[in-house]
Each structure stands twice: as structure tokens, then as C-alpha cells.
Design a protein around this ligand. Structure first.
Ligand code: AMP
Length: 285
């Protein structure tokens, strides 16, 4: 496994693979890897000849009041699990490598980036798009792998790839959960024992929303149901509980598949989760 820190070394590490016509898959991450990340690496291994994982805590996608400084980091542990998972190349650039002195160009997807999660984290998706665009340019992969855990990130990246003619396939992998339903996240490491128990409320809220929809409730009623459950938990502060169109993140059309999305602070840790819901009887709603 090669670990490289500069764009130049990265290109050199991938040159051979390109000459040999081997397909390249990239898994962009911010490190502190868990089984959710590893599911992406496995999907990449299954589909591509060469797997590259990037580890970069991207300052551009954190707001001034957010947790950039305290975001979990564990480079040594990450390299160990990536080696065991059969990764060929790991890219661990410095901030200076990714954002040279005076860097000022930002990629923005427009309205989609300021809906829902973007409303609560202004500028977040510009930061995501900018770093993903740079990684796609540097690596020129055949496939880039993302997790459904960050559903709006998936929609935003797909939009950008389409709008800016990136020649890459975007593969989306399902959410990996702990046995009690909590979606795996690097930020879960910040939860105290008590908060860890409370954190399951996000998934329970999604399930209550799904049950409401299954029972014939409208979107608004189901949203209220989810919010009620989120707000019922002590030390949990809801940011939103919404039902949206999975591509545009706008209000969904009736009788279409929708995305249930929640965000909440558990103690001082902000968590997000989501699930898809398909109407069982499209004509009946
Ligand atoms: P992050 O390191 O949080 O930026 O995540 C890197 C990639 O892993 C993103 O595409 C995430 O959506 C994905 N990911 C994070 N958590 C999970 C999870 N629990 N299940 C599936 N994918 C995940």
C-alpha cells in the first residue's frame, strides 16, 4: 500500500495503473475510519482494479462555529485498517497541498447546496464540491464511491458531476448501522456513554416517520411525528425532521419515493441520518 501526500506523488502512484488500463476507484473520506467507510472500500474493490482512499479533513466544508479543530483524527489506525482492507493507494494531503496560498476558486451547485442541511450549514456544500472536484481532477477515477449516510452530499456531487461534465461514475453505498440502528459516523466517537444511548433517537424518529407514512399519513403529519420523537429525548436538540425529494431536496411530489431526513445535536455532537420510503400503493395515496 502506497501512502502519498502530494498531487505529484499521487499521479506517479497511479501512472502505472493507467498505462495498464486498470480501472481506478476512489473513496473520499475525512478519516477516523469505521465499518461504514470500509463498506465503500469493499464496494470499490469489487468494482475497480485499483482502490485509492483519500483522508483529508477539509477545512472548507466546516463553518467557523463547527468542529474542524476537534474532528476525530486517527491516521495510524486508519492506515492499518486500509492496509488490511486491500487498499492500493492512500492520499493524505496537507491543507497547504490542497489549498495553495491564495486559493480562491470555489465550486458551488447553487440552490441544492443551500437546501435543508445547507440551510443549517451555510457554505458546507461549496466546501464539499470544491474538495471533491479537486480530488476527481487529481485522481481521474473511473468510479467515485459515496455513502447514502450523507444523502444530500450524494445529490450535490451527482449534480456537480453532471453539470461540469466529469467523466466519472458515482456509486452510492447503503448506510451501515450499529446493531441498535445508530448510523455509523466518525463523530459518534465524541458521544458519552449516556449520549450514545440517546443517539438512537435519530433512527427511531425515522422509523416513526416511516410507520406514519405506511399507515397512510401525509408528509406533514409524518414530519411532525419524527420531530416529536426527536424532541422527546433529553440532551437531544433537533435541527430538522423533513421529508424531501431525494434528488432536489425540495418538497416531494405525492406518490413518489421520498427521503426522510433528520439532524439533531446529541449533547454537543451533531448527527444526521436518513432513509428512503417508497409508497407501497402508488395509486392509493
Ligand atoms: P466522511 O469521512 O464522514 O466524510 O465519510 C466519507 C464517506 O463515507 C462519505 O461518502 C460518507 O457518506 C460515507 N459514510 C460515512 N458513514 C457511513 C455509514 N455509516 N454508512 C455508509 N457510508 C458512510
Amino acid at each position: 500500500m502506497k501512502v502519498v501526500g502530494t498531487g505529484e506523488d499521487l499521479r506517479r502512484a497511479l501512472d502505472r495503473a493507467r498505462v495498464d488500463g486498470r480501472t481506478i476507484g476512489i473513496v473520499p473520506t475525512m478519516g477516523a475510519l469505521h465499518d461504514g467507510h470500509l463498506s465503500l472500500v469493499q464496494a470499490a474493490r469489487a468494482r475497480c482494479d485499483v482502490v485509492i482512499v483519500s483522508i483529508f479533513v477539509n477545512p472548507l466544508q466546516f463553518g467557523p462555529q463547527e468542529d474542524f479543530a476537534t474532528y476525530p483524527r486517527d491516521e495510524r489506525g486508519d492506515l492499518e485498517v486500509l492496509r488490511a482492507a486491500g487498499t492500493e493507494v492512500v492520499f493524505t494531503p496537507s491543507i497547504e497541498e490542497m489549498y495553495p496560498q491564495g486559493a480562491s476558486t470555489v465550486v458551488s451547485v447553487g440552490p441544492l447546496g443551500s437546501m435543508l442541511e445547507g440551510e443549517h450549514r451555510p457554505g458546507h456544500f461549496d466546501g464539499v464540491c470544491t474538495v471533491v472536484a479537486k480530488l476527481l481532477h487529481m485522481v481521474e477515477p473511473d468510479v467515485a464511491f459515496f455513502g447514502q449516510k450523507d444523502a444530500q452530499q450524494v445529490a450535490v456531487v451527482k449534480r456537480m458531476v453532471l453539470d461540469l461534465n466529469f467523466g466519472v461514475d458515482i456509486a452510492v453505498c447503503p448506510i451501515v448501522r450499529e446493531p441498535d440502528g445508530l448510523a455509523m459516523s466518525s463523530r459518534n466517537a465524541h458521544l458519552s456513554t449516556e449520549e450514545r444511548v440517546k443517539a438512537t433517537v435519530l433512527y427511531r424518529a425515522l422509523q416513526s416517520g416511516r410507520a406514519a407514512l405506511d399507515g397512510g399519513a401525509g408528509f406533514e403529519t409524518a414530519e411532525k411525528e419524527m420531530l416529536k420523537m426527536l424532541e422527546g429525548g433529553e440532551t437531544v436538540e433537533a435541527d430538522y425532521a423533513r421529508i424531501v425529494d431525494p434528488d432536489t431536496f425540495e418538497d416531494p411530489a405525492p406518490r413518489r419515493s421520498v427521503l426522510l431526513a433528520v439532524a439533531a445535536r446529541v449533547g454537543s455532537t451533531r448527527l444526521i441520518d436518513n432513509l428512503h420510503w417508497e409508497p407501497a400503493d402508488a395509486a392509493g395515496r
